[in-house]
Design a protein around this ligand. Structure first.
Ligand code: ZN
Ligand code: ZN
Length: 320
C-alpha cells in the first residue's frame, strides 16, 4: 500500500507505505538500569531535586511528586526581552518547566499503575496546568511524556513534564485556526470526527466518556488519539467518572506499547485561552525512524497502516 493521506484538519501529509514495515523495526532496547541510589526521582533522594511543589499524599510514603525541572528549558525569573531585526528575531524564553514523578518505584511503567492511580495522576496534571496557566506572562501550557531512549527520555524513572511558556507554539496556532474555520457552522470538528471514525476500521474502543482512534493520517506506527466524547476544551472539565474512563484507556493503550517494547511520547492538546477547542491526548510510539526526506518535505513516511494498528489495539482492549 502506498497512499498519501492528509491530516484531519491541517494541511499536513503522510505517506502510508506498508512495504517498509518489512524493514527492521526499531524498538527500544531497555536502557541499563541505573542504580537506585543515583536516581534523583527515587524515594530517599528527594534532596537531589529542586524544592518540591506538590506531593501526593503528603508525608514520607508519596506516590506522586512534582518539582521544577533541574535542567529547565526556560528562564524562571527576570524580565522578558525582545529583539526584532531583519532576519534576527528573538525573545526571552520565559516560563515554568516542571517534572511530575508518577510513581516511587523505579522501573515501574505508567501502564503498570492501577486505573485508580492513573486517575490520581491525571488529577495532578490538572492541578499543575490550572496553576501554571494562571501564572503571569504564561501564554500556553504543554504537558507531555517521553518514555524510552528513542522518545528522548533522559531519565528512566517514569515521569511527565509540564512546560509553561510565554509563547503559543506555531503548531497550536495552526490547530486553533483550523478548529475555528471548521466550526463556523456551529459544529465542533472533533465531535464530528468521532462520529465519522466510529464507522471505520480505525475506531479502536469507546467507553462512556472516551473514544480511542488510530488517526487516518497517523504520523507514527500505532499512533492513537484519546478523545473525550463530550465537548470539553480542557482536561479540568472532565468529571471524576470521565477521568476514570480516560485513565482506563490510557492504561490499555500503553500496555500494547509495553508489549512491543516501544519508546513513546504522549501529549495533551488543549487550550488555556478563551478559544473554544476539543481537548485530546495523542500517543506517538517511536517505532519508525525519520531521515532526510521527512526533514526536507515535512511529509512523514509511516510503515504501518492505521487500520492494521487499530486491529491490534482492539485485541488488547478486548482482553480483561
Ligand atoms: Zn528512580
Ligand atoms: Zn467537540
Amino acid at each position: 500500500m502506498y497512499e498519501l493521506r492528509k491530516d484531519y484538519f491541517l494541511n499536513e501529509w503522510v505517506i502510508i507505505a506498508t512495504s517498509r514495515f518489512k524493514r527492521p523495526v526499531d524498538t527500544h532496547r531497555p536502557v541499563k538500569r541505573k542504580k537506585r541510589h543515583s536516581c534523583p526521582f527515587c524515594p530517599g533522594n528527594e534532596h537531589l531535586t529542586p524544592p518540591e511543589i506538590l506531593r501526593v499524599p503528603t508525608g514520607k510514603n508519596w506516590r506522586i511528586r512534582v518539582f521544577p525541572n533541574k535542567f529547565q528549558a526556560v528562564a524562571y525569573t527576570g524580565t522578558i526581552k525582545e529583539s526584532v531585526q531583519k532576519f534576527f528575531n528573538s525573545k526571552t524564553a520565559f516560563g515554568r518547566h516542571e517534572v511530575i514523578v508518577e510513581t516511587p518505584k523505579h522501573g515501574q511503567m505508567l501502564c503498570d499503575l492501577t486505573v485508580e492511580r492513573i486517575e490520581e495522576l491525571l488529577e495532578v496534571y490538572i492541578n499543575r496546568i490550572e496553576a501554571l496557566r494562571k501564572t503571569k506572562n504564561i501564554m500556553d501550557v504543554y504537558l507531555f511524556k517521553n518514555w524510552g531512549e528513542k522518545a528522548g527520555a533522559s531519565l528512566e524513572h517514569s515521569h511527565t513534564q509540564v512546560l509553561a511558556l510565554n509563547k503559543v507554539s506555531e503548531r497550536k496556532k495552526k490547530e486553533l485556526n483550523a478548529f475555528k474555520q471548521l466550526s463556523k457552522n456551529g459544529k465542533c470538528p472533533y465531535c464530528e470526527l468521532i462520529e465519522r471514525e466510529r464507522k471505520t476500521k480505525r475506531f479502536i474502543f469507546e467507553n462512556n466518556s472516551i473514544a480511542v482512534i488510530a488517526p487516518f493520517a497517523s504520523k507514527w506506527p500505532f499512533e492513537v488519539m484519546l478523545l473525550p466524547k463530550r465537548h470539553i476544551k480542557r482536561l479540568s472539565e472532565l468529571k471524576p467518572e470521565e477521568l476514570f474512563d480516560l485513565a482506563f484507556v490510557l492504561k490499555k493503550s500503553l500496555l500494547l506499547l509495553k508489549e512491543k517494547n516501544a519508546s513513546f511520547n504522549f501529549f495533551l492538546q488543549e487550550t488555556v485561552s478563551r478559544n473554544d477547542f476539543h481537548c485530546y491526548f495523542r500517543i506517538l510510539p517511536r517505532i519508525s525512524t525519520r531521515g532526510g526526506f521527512e526533514e526536507q518535505t515535512g511529509c512523514i513516511i509511516n510503515p504501518v497502516k492505521p487500520e492494521e494498528a487499530a486491529k491490534e489495539y482492539r485485541k488488547k482492549f478486548k482482553k480483561r
